[in-house]
Design a protein around this ligand. Structure first.
Ligand code: ADP
Length: 352
């Protein structure tokens, strides 16, 4: 008996679930070993507890016994060989639209409502005011706020075919190129997006956009630290992140989650620093007063604890909220709140 002879006998072992192809054709015969009058065949299965395993082991034994000299002993061993992982479902978008972008920075927060989008939009406007070429991709799939904060609601970015590829043209206003999932989906629609669908939509909104030449592309990340974030951080070549928080101690645990997301071993992106939003309250009629309604020095303590610079402190002022609602970002103004965003922009430039 020779292995190739035995291999031929195994053509008789058909797999009932695979169009009656035999185990040899299916590449399941992993090994044939002959020791004196004993034949040891190893069959490879692609999953544990294959329901047809016992049937195929029996058929293999029978085929050998039928053909081999009398008295031949047969043993059939099995191994499990996981199939090569299939390509992740997703869009096959390249990074070419980002090739003229110098710095891609994620704007993140451990949780919602701390003013992450407000900071992102105003930082973009402030960087543009300082003479830089800036874009902002609003990746906050659960609550895209860029259309409202820039009064570009209801506008639809153009798209055109460039060879094989369809590209989207960002909207331009206040010297910034804007892109948001909010231009394409109603808020109700965006809210039901989950998992891979949200990830694909976001990737498309960043990678299919003709950003052109930019000094800074800010990515307004969704709040929190879930799968979407991990996928974004992996797929978009971000240089690092800026984390937005409010000063309360309770925000600390959330900041920690945000920090871990970027410092995690598989990612290891630098955090350029922390922005303390709502650092104090200043009433419009008393511009020199500071009321530390969420406590004082929280931002400093957090920055120190996580070993990163405190890039800026933004007060709570009515004009920042109003700017968000009317679509005229506070950073356009020469008021103290506008200056606070310009100073933040300056610090971000230095940090990057
Ligand atoms: P997030 O993106 O973290 O969910 P937003 O940027 O949407 O938070 O802000 C939540 C609300 O708080 C908005 O109405 C915004 O106008 C308001 N807000 C944010 N920062 C300030 C601030 N420094 N002063 C006044 N209002 C602010």
């Amino acid at each position: 008996m020779k292995p190739n002879e035995i291999n031929k006998w195994l053509f008789e072992v058909q797999h009932p679930a695979k169009g009656d192809k035999n185990v040899v054709e299916l590449g399941m015969v992993e090994n044939i070993d002959i020791q004196d009058n004993k034949v040891i065949v190893t069959l490879a299965f692609s999953k544990h507890r294959d329901p047809l395993a016992e049937y195929l082991i029996g058929s293999t034994k029978a085929a050998i016994i039928r053909n081999a000299p009398q008295g031949t002993e047969v043993e059939v061993k099995t191994v499990v060989k996981e199939e090569a992982p299939k390509k992740k479902p997703g869009l096959d978008l390249g990074l070419e639209e980002l090739s003229d972008v110098k710095h891609i920075i994620g704007i993140a927060s451990g949780k919602g409502g701390v003013g992450k989008s407000t900071v992102a939009v105003n930082l973009a406007v402030a960087l543009a005011r300082l003479g830089y070429k800036v874009g902002l991709a609003d990746a906050d799939v659960y609550g895209p706020s860029v259309p409202k904060m820039t009064a570009t609601e209801g506008l639809m970015p153009d798209a055109f075919q460039d060879g094989e590829k369809e590209v989207i043209v960002p909207l331009e206003k206040y010297g910034v190129k804007w892109m948001s999932i909010g231009y394409f989906a109603s808020p109700e629609q965006a809210l039901i997006w989950r998992g891979p669908m949200a990830c694909n939509a976001l990737k498309q909104m960043i990678l299919q956009v003709r950003w052109g030449e930019l000094d800074f592309l800010l990515i307004d990340m969704p709040p929190g630290t879930g799968d979407i974030h991990i996928s974004l951080v992996h797929d978009i070549p971000m240089e690092g992140a800026v984390i937005v928080t409010t000063p309360q101690d309770v925000a600390l645990a959330d900041v920690e989650k945000g920090v871990n997301m970027f410092r995690n071993k598989s990612v290891e992106k630098p955090i350029f620093g922390l922005v303390e939003n709502m650092a104090w309250f200043t009433p419009e009629e008393l511009p020199d007063h500071k009321y530390y309604i969420f406590g004082k020095g929280g931002g400093e303590r957090m920055a120190e604890k996580y070993g990163m610079p405190l890039l800026g402190q933004i007060p709570i002022v009515q004009s920042i909220r109003e700017g968000g609602d009317t679509g005229e970002p506070a950073a356009l103004s020469t008021r103290p709140d506008g200056i606070a965003f310009l100073e933040l922009a300056q610090k971000v430039i230095e940090a990057v």
